[in-house]
Design a protein around this ligand. Structure first.
Ligand code: FAD
Length: 260
């Protein structure tokens, strides 16, 4: 009710709103965001539902889901262990790993209209998931919750698979420095990280932003990076890779806000 009221107020006064999950794949330009930033920190409900299903509200964190499923032996979402963010962010980004994406486990999504006036329950068949995006919703719609299908297993088996996923990540991603997640989508048949590395961009730096030396498709903030530094690095990489391979790298990171 609070959220519907807020969105209604924004609509009435023509104030733009931006829905933010946990911000792990978002870059805010240096001038900040105009209007209202909606965060769903209070939507933290997580429960088993009949028929081997899990209902998770949009503000639930990745680690909450992993802990819950591990504790109860619910299998199917282990591949998401270590994809940092919220359930809302997972859905909006169709988060995943090379072998799987969140869409494979979604049965239904609950969405609030941009004006806050209506809530719809959309079955999987009505959802248009594509690589790292969920299309077809009106801009400004708010994902409220989802029903995921899970399989009954044992806590040990789920924990084992979660550990496998986490250790794979630990060796290949820069987990101890601030980044804005994967910078570019993988182009068909190739990997953005491989292309960036082949172009000699691993470790390349502009201002305080640097292509990670652990995985080139992450930009690390070495301490004092501005969003402009990150964007300059993105543009430089796109030009360099294009001039060498004719491949256009498309950003995966969502860039919002206005320049300083
Ligand atoms: C170290 C690291 C490793 C990562 N590894 C992976 C990986 O392996 N696979 C992968 O897919 N991603 C990966 N990411 C990216 C990131 O974890 C995912 O994109 C995740 O889904 C982001 O969730 P979030 O809540 O932080 O989203 P945010 O960054 O807050 O938002 C992302 C987008 O979702 C929208 N959004 C968020 N919540 C809602 C909502 N409730 N309603 C409507 N729209 C909403 C936002 O408006 C924005 O457009 C990684 C990031 C980092 C930093």
């Amino acid at each position: 009710a609070e959220l519907a009221w807020l969105l209604g107020l924004c609509r009435e006064h023509r104030i733009p709103h931006h829905v933010l999950g946990s911000g792990f794949n978002t870059l805010v330009r240096d001038g900040g965001l105009d209007g209202v930033v909606v965060r769903l920190a209070k939507l933290r409900g997580l429960a088993e539902r009949p028929g081997s299903r899990l209902r998770a509200e949009a503000g639930v964190s990745h680690s909450q889901v992993t802990r819950f499923c591990s504790g109860r032996g619910l299998a199917g979402l282990e591949f998401c262990a270590g994809i940092p963010g919220s359930v809302g962010g997972w859905l909006a980004m169709n988060a995943g790993v090379p072998e799987n994406e969140i869409e494979s486990r979604v049965d239904e999504v609950e969405v609030m209209s941009p004006s806050g006036a209506a809530i719809r329950h959309l079955p999987r068949a009505d959802l248009r998931f594509v690589y790292r995006a969920l299309r077809g919703l009106a801009p400004g719609s708010v994902l409220l919750s989802a029903l995921f299908s899970v399989t009954l297993s044992t806590p040990d088996a789920v924990r084992h698979e979660v550990d496998r996923q986490l250790s794979r990540r630990a060796g290949t991603q820069p987990l101890n420095v601030p980044t804005c997640g994967s910078v570019f989508k993988n182009p068909p048949g190739d990997h953005a990280g491989r292309l960036l590395e082949a172009a000699g961009l691993k470790g390349h730096r502009i201002g305080g932003a640097e292509f990670s030396t652990v995985h080139a498709n992450f930009i690390a903030n070495t301490g004092n990076a501005t969003a402009s530094d990150v964007l300059a690095l993105i543009e430089h990489a796109q030009k360099t890779v294009h001039s060498q391979t004719r491949i256009v790298l498309v950003p995966e990171v969502r860039v919002v806000g206005r320049p300083a």
